[in-house]
Design a protein around this ligand. Sequence first.
Ligand code: MTE
Length: 322
Amino acid sequence: MLIKRAADIPSSEITDKKVYLDRRAFMRGAAGTAAAAAVGLLGSRTAEAQRIQAAPHGRLLQNVKPSPLSTTEAKNSWQQITTYNNFLEFGPDKDSPAQYAGMLKPAPWSVAVEGECNKPAVWNLEDILKGQTLEERVYRHRCVEAWSMVIPWVGFPLADFIRKCEPTSNAKFIEFTTLNDPRQMPGVRSTVLRWPYLDALRMDEAMHPLAILAVGLYGEVLPNQNGAPVRLVVPWKYGYKSIKSIVKIRFLATQPLTVWEVAVPDEYGFYANVNPAVDHPRWSQATERRLPEFFMRKTLPFNGYADQVASLYTGMDLKKNF
Ligand code: MTE
């Protein structure tokens, strides 16, 4: 996520000195790899081969069914998906989450459900998953910074969980909140955002079958840097809507302000639908770079999911409601 103020904050303010110096050393080493990836030198190996090379990573998830809603496009490798991340709670750089997310304890984990629903509760993640079929959803992932990947998430429809909470007819929006713990997340000591990270969807968006809660990646438990143990994935929206490490869900009658609307309202809107016709104030959204490719490709409306989701926005001016 590019934000105006990020450059003004020295990384040394976010981490203690030793960690900061170690990080500079790591980044010098990583720079060569990143450059090779950028020119596509790594692209010759298949994604699967790269994944297996780096295995084992974590715990395998059992009984994961393939989903017909998956794209058949070539998947990014485990390595790419888990080392080039946005997770500002662990620092401002793409490699910060892979370095520091080990500080996060993803178990035990609970999610509080509040607001306009008949079943407010504090759920253990295990209870949320009990009896829930897990699916592999291979989705295109388009970041607002004009890069994209293809990611084999493991998850389940957000709608399944929403039904268990029994939202009332007053519930028009659903708001998600990330953990905010400076002991586990060094980045929350910075003032780059108003913590906790918070985002929201309209209820009909949230109930759409493409919207999932993800708990895994490549058949394995979700790595911390990708939002362990549970994150949202909304594939027709820019990646910043897909909030990580969720600890609270609230059903609301009115539209809340999201963390990015508070931080930079003229750049990051509530809807965040991938829209090649609406430029970001500082760059075009018409094209994107599918990492690790070099050349840009055309960005598709709703990230290629228009057939499934465009009807949610009938009658809305999507230039105004960006
Ligand atoms: N969620 C939290 N809590 N904090 C973040 O900084 N970054 C968002 C989103 N969810 C972010 C977050 C952005 S800008 C993107 S592009 C995606 O996570 C990145 O997901 P990935 O690292 O798994 O690719």
